[in-house]
Design a protein around this ligand. Structure first.
Ligand code: NAP
Length: 216
């Protein structure tokens, strides 16, 4: 199974501007490779903080990518697991665009689960450990897991050495501020990564895809 972390980052390693909020660092080229990564994935995972900031999630819009998924017997969009420490989606606004998106939502919580998934969610999964979650997904046939951030989730999974691939779009921005793509407290286990792909995406953006050393 493969866990790929996908982020758009500034030249100074930020994933959001100093004020935080809904970061939109990437341009058209980044959008394109993000959709390709979503098309690759069996499931996607995102932190509740990112969903709170945006009120929606990213979708595959390109018909050829949707067709590829359909021809593999997959849904048009990968199910989206939203990770939280709460039993229910605290602070999630009923007016958000998220609820109308053509996405199957799965609630992923480290709190004791309720009897039924929260409203709007097709499933709820217990997050006892990240390793246990990945084993469960693998057993269900979900072998390609896309991690959409944000920093807290990236830090948690890198700290447990569970990220196999890093896909970064380097955006031609210098943002400053405290929103590095890893929280200062994160202590990633793998410090060396092997470059797998580099691609110019236009408008000064560059895709870098790395594999964790020792992964083949
Ligand atoms: N540039 C990019 O590619 C990119 C990508 C993603 C996000 N972002 C930006 O990043 C910012 C949000 O990132 P963030 O780091 O604040 O938030 P995040 O990582 O998306 O979400 C943090 C939340 O995830 C839940 N969580 C974290 N660790 C957990 C664990 N071990 N177990 C269970 N749940 C856990 C908690 O939710 P609860 O509070 O519900 O318990 C926590 O508040 C926004 O500005 C967003 O725009 C940028």
């Amino acid at each position: 199974m493969t866990l790929r972390l996908v982020l758009a980052v500034s030249l100074d390693g930020r994933l959001a501007p100093p004020a935080g909020g809904a970061a939109q660092l990437g341009g058209a080229g980044d959008r394109c490779v993000l959709e390709e990564a979503l098309a690759w994935a069996d499931v996607a995972v995102v932190g509740a903080g990112t969903v709170r900031a945006h009120g929606c999630s990213c979708l595959i819009h390109r018909p050829e990518l949707q067709q590829q998924r359909q021809s593999r017997g997959q849904s048009l969009q990968p199910p989206l697991l939203i990770a939280s420490r709460q039993a229910t989606p605290v602070g999630f606004d009923p007016a958000w665009r998220l609820w109308g998106q053509p996405l199957q939502l799965w609630w992923l919580s480290s709190a004791p689960l309720l009897a039924a998934p929260p409203a709007g969610f097709a499933r709820q999964l217990a997050l006892e450990s990240w390793q246990g979650l990945l084993a469960q997904l693998n057993a269900e046939g979900h072998q390609r897991v896309l991690l959409l951030g944000g920093a807290q989730l990236a830090g948690a999974l890198l700290q447990e050495d569970l990220v196999d691939e890093l896909q970064l779009t380097i955006c031609p921005l210098v943002l400053g501020g405290e929103h590095s793509w890893l929280p200062p407290s994160a202590q990633p286990q793998a410090d060396r990564w092997l470059l797998q792909e580099q691609r110019s995406l236009g408008d000064g953006e560059v895709l870098l895809r790395y594999q964790r050393k020792g992964n083949s």
